[in-house]
Design a protein around this ligand. Sequence first.
Ligand SMILES: Nc1nc2c(c(=O)[nH]1)N[C@H]1C(S)=C(S)[C@@H](COP(=O)(O)OP(=O)(O)OC[C@H]3O[C@@H](n4cnc5c(=O)[nH]c(N)nc54)[C@H](O)[C@@H]3O)O[C@H]1N2
Ligand SMILES: Nc1nc2c(c(=O)[nH]1)N[C@H]1C(S)=C(S)[C@@H](COP(=O)(O)OP(=O)(O)OC[C@H]3O[C@@H](n4cnc5c(=O)[nH]c(N)nc54)[C@H](O)[C@@H]3O)O[C@H]1N2
Ligand SMILES: [Mo]
Length: 777
Amino acid sequence: MAGDTGPVAAYPTSAHWGAFDVLVRDGRVVGVRPDPDDPAPSPVIGNVPDAQHHATRVDRPAVRRRWLERGPGPDPRRGGADDEYVAVDWDTALDLVAGEVDRVRREHGNAAVFGGSYGWASAGRFHHAQSQLHRFLNTVGGYTRSVNTYSHAAVEVLLPHVVGAAGTHDLLHRPPTWEAIAEHTDLLVSFGGLRTSNTWVSSGGRAAHTAEPGMREAARRGVEFVSVSPLRDDTAAELGARWVSAAPGTDAAILLALIHVLVVEDLADTAFLERCTVGWPRLRDYVLGGSGGVPRSPEWAAEISGVAAGELRDLARRMARGRTLVNVGWSVQRARYGEQPLWAGVALAACLGQIGLPGGGFATGYGSMGNYGGGSTPIALPRLPQGRNPVDSLIPVARVADMLLCPGEPFDFDGRRLRYPDVRLVYWAGGNPFHHHQDLARLRRAFARPDTVVVNETHWTATARHADVVLPVTTTLERDDIAASRGDLRLRVMRRAVPPHGAARDEYDIFTGLAERLGAAEEFTGGRTAGEWLRHLYEEWRDRQGRADAGLPDFAAFWADGGVDVPHRVADTALFGEFRADPEAHPLGTPSGRIELYSETVAGFGYSDCPGHPVWLGTPERPGSAARRWPLTLVANQPSERLHSQQDMGAHSRAGKVADRAPVRLHPVDAAARGIAGGDVVRLFNDRGSCLAGAVLDDGVRPGVVQLSTGAWFDPSSSEVTCAHGNPNAVTADVGTSRLSQGCTGQLASVEVERFTGAVPPVRAFVPPRVVERGER
Ligand SMILES: Nc1nc2c(c(=O)[nH]1)N[C@H]1C(S)=C(S)[C@@H](COP(=O)(O)OP(=O)(O)OC[C@H]3O[C@@H](n4cnc5c(=O)[nH]c(N)nc54)[C@H](O)[C@@H]3O)O[C@H]1N2
Ligand SMILES: Nc1nc2c(c(=O)[nH]1)N[C@H]1C(S)=C(S)[C@@H](COP(=O)(O)OP(=O)(O)OC[C@H]3O[C@@H](n4cnc5c(=O)[nH]c(N)nc54)[C@H](O)[C@@H]3O)O[C@H]1N2
Ligand SMILES: [Mo]
C-alpha cells in the first residue's frame, strides 16, 4: 500500500480495530500493513491513511462567528448550514474556553457543566480523551456525568438485579473462552448472531484478533451453532450455523416459548431451579398462561416472530440434549424493552440447568466484541486517574437530548427518581453524538439549548460542526502512548509516527492550558509531563502485578521492546462454577443470593415497561396503525466498513458506499414491491425523519427488514431529507429501553423505503465548514 519513492519507515501502532504498522514517508502516512502476529487482521486498518491527512482534519482552533460576536447563549442556528468559523490562536481559544467554564460554574454551579462526553475516542491508555476531560473537570469543581454505555446499558442495569454486580462483571469479562467452548460446548445458540466484523473491534485495541479463528476452530471441533437473527450473514458461512430467521425485536417471545417447551415436555432442570434460583414458580405460571394469561407456546411465539412452532420445539429439545450455551448479543437489548430478552435468556439457561458448568449456561457478548471469549487478565490496565467528582448530578448516557430539552424535569432510572440538571456548557471530547444518538433532528434542537458547546476533535465531524469552540486534537499517530484492551495478550507501545497536523495539540496539553488559566495546573498535571505520565502509568501497573512478575521489564526496556506480554492471564473459568457447586457458601450479590427469575426489587419499582420477571411486552416500535404506515423494520447495526463514524472517508469505508451513500440492504421481494433496483438511491423515512442511501438487494435479509449500518457522517445539508448520506439515526426513536435502564434503543426502527425520484443532492459531509481569519468576512 506504500508509495514508490523515498525511504519508508514502519511504526507499529494500535487502534480499536487492532495492532498494525503505519508506513511513513517524509512525515506523511503512506500506507498500513497488518501486524505479522495477528492471525486475522481487520480490513478497517485500510481507512487510516486517508483519514490521517484528510481535508476534514481540524487544523486550527476555531470559534463560531455567531458565538464570538454575540457571546454565549442558546442559539437555534447552531450547526446550521450557513454556520461560519473564525480561526483563532491557541491562547485566545484557551482564554475563551477557560473563561466560559469559569462563568458557568460561578453563575450556575458545576452541575451546569455537562462533561458526560460519551464516545470511543481512540486507543491509548494515557491520551484517552474522556479520561483527560474528566480529570480536568474534576480539578475545577466537577460536572454532570453520564453513566453506563450505548452498547449495553440494559446488561449494566438489569443483570445486577438478576445475578448480582460481581456476576454481571464476570458475564461481561470472564465468559468461557473459545477454547473452552471448543472443548465443552455442544450447541451455541446466539440471539443476534456472531458477526465476524464486530469481532474486529475491541475497546483499546487488541494485540491479535483471536475471535474469528476461535469460532472457526470451535466449529471444526464439532460445536454446532444456531444463529437467531434477521440476517443470514450475521454468522460466518464457514461455521455451518443453522439460521433461524426471526423478526427483529421478538427474541423475548422466542425465549419464553423455548422455556414453555422445556416445562411442558418435562425437560427443565427443576433441581437446579430450586437450588439456585428464586421466582421460578411465578415465571413458570406466566409461561404456562396461568391466572388468565396466554400460554407462551411455540404457536403463540410463531405468530409474533415468524419462526415456525415446529422449529422452536426442535430447538428447545436440542438445547436440552447436550451442553448448551445461550448467548444474547448486545444488539438484542439495544431496543425498546431490551431488558426482556436478556432476562428471558438467563431464565432459559437456568431451565437448562447448565449455568456454572464449563462451556454451558448464559453469556452476553460473543460476536459483539473481539475480546469477548478471548480470556481475561484480572489486574486492571494502566489508567489515568480521574480524581473525584464532587457533583452528584448524573444522567443515563442515552438521555442526553432529554436533559438538554427538559431541564428540571424528573425521570425514572433504576428505582430512583432524578431530575435533569440545567446544563449551560456542554464539553465533548472523544465522541460523536451526531453519530451515536437517536433522532438526530431532535438532537439538533437539544444542542440549540446550552449557552456554549465546546468540542475537542481530530476531524470536522457533525458534532464539531455543532460546537461554538472547536479545539484541534492530535491523532494517535501524532503522540506517544500505551495500548491494550481488557483481557489483552500484550501491552503495546504506540510510538509517535508523524508530526501533529497543523496546530493540533494533545488533549493533555489542552487541558493543562485550561487548568493553568483556572489555577488548577498543579492538580491536573500532578507535576508530570506527558512522557513522565507514561512512565508512571507503566511502572504503577508493573508494581500491581506483584512479586511473581519481578521479571517484567522496566519502562525503558518496555519502550525499547515495543511491548510486553500481559501476565496472569486466566485462560478459563467456569462462570458461576463456585456458586453452582455451593450457592450457600458462594451466594450471588442479589438480595436472595440466587439467580432472580423474579426480582422483588425490580417489581417494587412498579415499572410497567419492566416488571418483576421477564415478559413479552410487544414489538418494540409502534404497533397498530403506525405499523401499517411504516411496515419495514430497520436494523441499524454496527458497520463492517469502519468503527462507528470514525474514518468514514477512508478507503475501506468508501469502497462500501453505493451511489456515494451508505448501503442499505433489502430483500428482493420488498425491493420489487417498491420498484427499487440495486444501485438506486432510496429514501428511508418515517414521521421522525428521513435519509438517503444506496440500495443493495440481498435475499440474506429477512423479508420485511432493511439493514442500514450506523456511521455514515451525518449530512443535514439538503432541505429535502434529514440526512443526505445515510445515517440511520435520522429515523430512530429517542426513547429509553425502559424506565429501569434508560438504555439506547437505536438498533431498530419502523420505516418505509421508496425510490428517490428527486434531484439527488451531493454528499457534503466531507466538505469542512468555512473557516475564516479574524476580521475577514
Ligand atoms: N442507530 C444506532 N445508533 C447507535 C448504535 C446502534 O446500534 N444503532 N450503537 C451505539 C453504540 S453501541 C455506540 S458505542 C455508539 C458509538 O458512538 P461514538 O463512540 O460516539 O462513535 P465514534 O464514531 O467512535 O466517535 C468517536 C469520536 O472521537 C473522535 N476521536 C478519536 N480520537 C480522538 C482523540 O484522541 N481525542 C478527541 N477529542 N477525539 C477523538 C473521532 O474523530 C470520533 O468523532 O453509537 C451508538 N449509536
Ligand atoms: N466493525 C465494527 N465492529 C464493531 C463496532 C463497529 O462500529 N464496527 N462497534 C463495536 C461496539 S461499540 C459494540 S457495542 C458492538 C455491538 O455489538 P452488537 O450489538 O452485537 O452488534 P450489531 O452489529 O449492532 O448487531 C449484531 C446483529 O444483531 C442482529 N439483530 C438486530 N436486532 C435483532 C433482534 O431484535 N433480534 C435478533 N435475534 N438479532 C438482531 C442484526 O442482524 C445485527 O447484525 O460492536 C462492536 N464491534
Ligand atoms: Mo458500543
